[in-house]
Design a protein around this ligand. Structure first.
Ligand SMILES: Nc1ncnc2c1ncn2[C@@H]1O[C@H](COP(=O)(O)OP(=O)(O)OP(=O)(O)O)[C@@H](O)[C@H]1O
Length: 593
């Protein structure tokens, strides 16, 4: 399906599980191996240093030299492994962040628009940026956390080998440290989730304010708007303080416990030295091992990163799990005329019926205008007619085939959309117009632009058709014409235009309409219209009222009804009107059928 508006959705094939395999375990395993290697060298060092010291004190030069060299080698090895750990941590985080972000982005693009609607743009932005980065850091943090167990466990084992009494003293203090860590992990989870939600809320409010900046400036409500945008800031600060308080409390508790444990171990070691059970070098090793064993408290920050990453992952992957449009396997009959039928269609939103259309038929090759007051259900009908959304009941047929049974390719190539606000695009003007399911030649791009009334201003751009779109100084109407050109270039048997000419002046709209009939691939057109001139040029009008189809008939016939004229703001019957009951038209020339 070709779409040219903000509601562009790229539908993929079968969806994998949202969690998927990701970048695999290799980056995480590399972090784990290097961290474990660094931990092993850390654990080996006190023993080797102690031995070196004892040998030096005894004056054994040759052996002491070898042990000293081993100490230096261990130190260098630790430095190297620490550097490799940092390198692999960076790579692991980058890979996972990219994977989670593209997964979420993909899910968002495939989602049924209605499913994604409750998510504010700022919320989506936060999930795709901050949350994805936090979630991407979790696998490396998990590997580092697993490796961080090696140091205290190895140090305790080494301590037991050096002196079992000192080891018993340290072991007695460890449960208290474990309790500190457990309560930290439990308490931070909830606060971190609330913190991330509030961040999203703040971003959403800011984006809303940016979107309505002109209105805010004109209304002079800057102060009020600033207060509204910043309202979640106090909550965010309170939650931030809460998380930091938990961090601080965990660090303070472990900060008291660790020196106490080290002190107790050193005291016991001193007594053992006095009793002749330990050498000076072994006392040095005991002191260092006691420090390393008690260093289990250092896992708190890794645990914090892991908890933050887990909450962030849930938020990011929620986008990947948005309900997606599922496509069928059928194709359209070749060279079909594009007959569109709505059978028993009902769309319900928030418990309210917003569209009910049964037995509506647009003949192949005909142009149908969809008219009605604001909120009557025109856009909902346009969305259902090209399967941007599925109706809650009933179905839509194109050339006799239900849209939900069509393959994605059939929908993409045969149903094109143009919207009021075309999607911003990258690349040059020509590339933006050519982007879509069909291959479009430069000649066809120009032809489509001519038909959409865009060729003139595009050629006046600094680089003509090769001007990068983000650099092209275009008005809203010019953007809209490029969106139309893109839809024309990819027009299939059904072209749906939802307010796609609203920014064009009446003369340009006439020209576009003429070109649409003569220069664009023939097919059925469904045009959401607010102007009577558009309805007058259409073959038939689908008149909606309060979500229901009030009538399907040519404009000329409907114009006889005052209610229909009222849709366009037209008044009662003018004096000398040709027919009784025919009212004055606001745009007599345009509206004439
Ligand atoms: N996702 C939704 N959730 C709740 N209500 C919705 C949703 N989508 C549409 N509606 C409601 O359905 C009704 C029809 O909306 P629609 O956008 O089709 O109106 P419209 O005729 O195109 O109006 P306008 O001319 O102002 O664009 C409106 O009352 C709208 O609030």
């Amino acid at each position: 399906m070709v779409t040219t508006g903000i509601r562009v959705r790229r539908e993929g094939g079968a969806r994998d599980g949202a969690d998927g395999a990701g970048p695999g375990r290799t980056p995480e395993v590399l972090v784990l191996l290097c961290s474990v290697g660094a931990a092993v060298t850390t654990v080996a060092q006190p023993f080797v240093l102690g031995r070196t010291l004892d040998l030096l004190l005894r004056g054994g030069d040759g052996a002491a030299g070898r042990w000293l060299a081993l100490s230096v080698a261990l130190l260098l090895g630790e430095l190297l492994l620490d550097s490799l750990t940092s390198l692999f941590t960076g790579r692991c985080t980058a890979h996972w962040t990219a994977f989670l972000r593209s997964r979420a982005f993909d899910g968002l693009l495939r989602a049924v628009p209605e499913g994604a609607r409750p998510l504010a743009p700022g919320d989506v932005g936060t999930r795709l940026t901050l949350n994805a980065a936090d979630a991407g850091g979790a696998p490396a943090a998990r590997a580092a956390l697993a490796a961080s167990v090696v140091t205290p466990v190895g140090a305790l084992a080494a301590l037991a080998l050096v002196d079992v009494w000192v080891a018993a003293c340290v072991l007695a203090g460890l449960p208290a440290l474990a309790l500190v860590l457990r309560s930290f992990a439990r308490d931070t989870g909830a606060s971190v989730a609330a913190y991330q939600r509030t961040q999203s809320e703040l971003a959403s409010r800011l984006l809303e304010a940016l979107e309505g900046a002109a209105t805010i400036a004109a209304a002079g409500t800057v102060g009020r708007e600033r207060a509204r945008v910043l309202e979640p800031l106090d909550r965010l600060a309170a939650l931030g303080r809460q998380v930091w308080a938990l961090h601080g409390r965990a660090l303070a508790r472990s900060g008291v416990l660790v020196p106490l444990l080290t002190l107790a171990a050193t005291a016991v070691g001193g007594l053992r030295l006095a009793a002749g059970a330990l050498s000076v070098g072994e006392l040095l090793a005991v002191f260092r091992y006691a420090q390393l064993t008690a260093g289990v408290g250092g896992a708190a920050s890794l645990l914090g990163a892991l908890v933050r990453g887990r909450e962030a992952r849930k938020r990011t992957l929620a986008l990947a799990r948005l309900p997606a449009l599922v496509h069928g396997t059928e194709s359209l009959p070749p060279a079909g005329p594009g007959v569109l039928e709505l059978c028993g269609v009902r769309v319900v939103r928030d418990g309210r019926q917003v569209l009910c259309a049964d037995g509506v038929r647009v003949p192949g090759g005909a142009t149908a205008a969809v008219v009605g007051r604001s909120g009557a259900g025109k856009s909902v009908l346009a969305a259902v007619a090209g399967r941007l959304i599925d109706p809650d009941e009933g179905h839509v047929l194109l050339d006799g085939v239900r849209l939900d049974r069509l393959t994605r390719e059939a929908l993409r190539t045969e149903v094109a959309y143009a919207f009021e606000r075309p999607a911003p695009a990258e690349g040059t003007v020509a590339e933006a117009v050519a982007a879509g399911p069909r291959r479009v030649s430069p000649g066809q791009v120009r032809e489509a632009c001519r038909a959409a009334g865009a060729d003139g201003f595009v050629r006046r751009l600094p680089g003509g058709y090769d001007t990068p779109l983000p650099e092209a100084p275009l008005s809203g109407g010019e953007h809209q014409r490029l969106g139309l050109a893109r839809a024309f270039a990819h027009a299939g048997r059904l072209l749906i235009m939802d307010d796609a000419t609203s920014s064009l002046d009446t003369a340009t709209e006439h020209e576009v309409d003429r070109a649409l009939r003569h220069s664009v691939r023939p097919g059925t057109r469904l045009v959401v219209a607010h102007r009577p001139s558009v309805a007058a040029r259409a073959d038939l009008v689908i008149w909606l009222e309060d979500g229901g189809v009030r009538a399907v008939a040519p404009h000329r016939r409907l114009w006889e009804e005052a209610d229909y004229r009222a849709v366009f703001g037209a008044g009662g019957t003018p004096p000398g009107a040709p027919r009784a009951g025919t009212a004055r038209r606001p745009e007599p020339e345009e509206a004439r059928p």
